[in-house]
Write a protein that binds this ligand. Structure first.
Ligand SMILES: *Cc1c(COP(=O)(O)O)cnc(C)c1O
Length: 387
């Protein structure tokens, strides 16, 4: 939430910048962890969604572990206070160096995505005199009904191992002395808003784990990944994701065997709503067909609209004039550098402050310097509002 007090504070900060509502982040974590405790689940925050040190520390203090997708994320998570015993590491292309980093750190487990990867991990672990704990990331061939670039569990996606490869994995596991299989991992996509995906996933997990049980392979851990969507259209109305329906659906549909532990890897649902990209209007340009609001923030600061055709709610924080229709664009030399098309905003002028909402996940972490632009800095509600 952006309060009047926050808008006053913004006027002295160089734009564009990311603004994080720490109160909302903590409230989100409170509700999230209440369900984790209630159902005796385990949670690992997906570091790739937002890796700002302060945000990582708050999430670590709330008791979550970390879900990493690179060796540097593993190192950063440890530096931020996450216990290696609560770190999981996924990714289709783990390099030897990254695998060694994770082995040295003694992470909870690797989420392995191919048979050749398991062999490399076995060899590297043998060289270090260690036993690597692995979960097999399974591609259950489920369509998560989300954008194709963030769909990860269909058979045409690069992620995970398909059921036809299970026999090969089981054969290899018998030969690999430095691998201990500890479970199965599933992450079928991101920004999933169709809740029926989750019961379907639970049903697939039950079918797929049965194969391993039939082959005398104990599945100690079931990891359901992340993916729960947030409301990009109405962030004020729905500032916290629907954790209640999500966890109750999974609790109802997932068959958990005695001694089995259940894990989650939330990213977006934890951090998306607490972040806004704050920007100033450079120009209002009247084109032949459209009026353009040209912001000082661009696709290099927030690439989601350009990359995924993502919709972010946008507000003019400093005008309450009558609404007009605008395209909201950035300064970068790309036509895809556009935040919104033909939206109604109060009549806008140079110098107005804009907020692009729901930018806390896959926003600042994806920023780049294209056009040699500066990287936007982060500011936090609990720091700028108390002065
Ligand atoms: C990105 C990712 C997540 C987090 O997904 P969200 O949609 O942000 O919750 C979880 N697990 C894995 C393996 C991922 O790659």
């Amino acid at each position: 939430m952006i309060t009047k007090q926050a808008i006053t504070a913004f006027s002295s900060i160089h734009t564009p910048f990311y603004y994080y509502d720490i109160e909302l982040l903590k409230k989100t974590l409170d509700i999230y962890t209440s369900y984790i405790k209630k159902f005796n689940y385990n949670a690992h925050y997906a570091v790739k969604a937002n890796a700002e040190p302060k945000i990582l520390q708050i999430i670590q203090k709330a008791g979550l572990g970390a879900d990493c997708v690179s060796g540097n994320e593993v190192s950063l998570a440890i530096k931020s206070g996450f216990s290696p015993s609560k770190i999981v590491y996924a990714g289709v292309g783990k390099s030897d160096k990254e695998i060694k980093t994770a082995l040295k750190a003694g992470i909870f487990g690797f989420n392995c995505e191919s048979v050749p990867e398991i062999k490399v991990i076995n060899d590297l672990a043998a060289g270090m005199g260690k036993v690597a704990r692995i979960s097999l990331r399974v591609n259950p061939d489920i369509d998560a009904h989300t954008h194709k670039y963030i769909s990860t569990g269909r058979k045409e996606d690069k992620f995970g191992v398909s059921p036809w490869e299970f026999q090969a994995v089981a054969d290899e596991l018998r030969n690999f002395k430095n691998i201990k299989m500890i479970g199965l991992h599933f992450h079928v996509g991101s920004q999933i808003t169709d809740m029926s995906v989750f019961p379907m996933l639970c049903k697939m997990i039950e079918q797929l784990q049965q194969w391993f049980i039939d082959h005398d392979i104990n599945i100690e851990n079931l990891n359901l990944g992340g993916g729960l969507g947030v409301d990009y259209e109405n962030p004020t109305k729905n500032p916290i994701a629907n954790f209640k329906d999500y966890f109750e659906l999974i609790h109802k549909h997932l068959i958990v065997r005695p001694g089995q532990k259940v894990h989650f890897e939330p990213g977006r649902a934890i951090v998306a709503q607490c972040g806004d990209l704050i920007s100033r209007v450079l120009y209002v340009k009247i084109g032949q067909k459209m009026k353009f609001v040209i912001l000082d923030a661009g696709m290099n600061d927030l690439i989601r609209p350009a990359l995924y055709q993502a919709v972010h709610a946008i507000d003019n924080l400093t005008s309450d004039k009558k609404p007009l229709k605008y395209d909201v664009v950035g300064p970068v030399c790309e036509s895809s550098d556009k935040f919104a098309h033909a939206i109604l905003l109060p009549e806008t002028q140079r110098g107005d402050l804009f907020a692009i909402h729901t930018a806390g996940a896959y926003g600042q972490v994806m920023a780049m310097k294209y056009n040699q632009r500066d990287l936007a800095k982060a500011y936090y509600s609990d720091e700028i509002l108390k002065k």
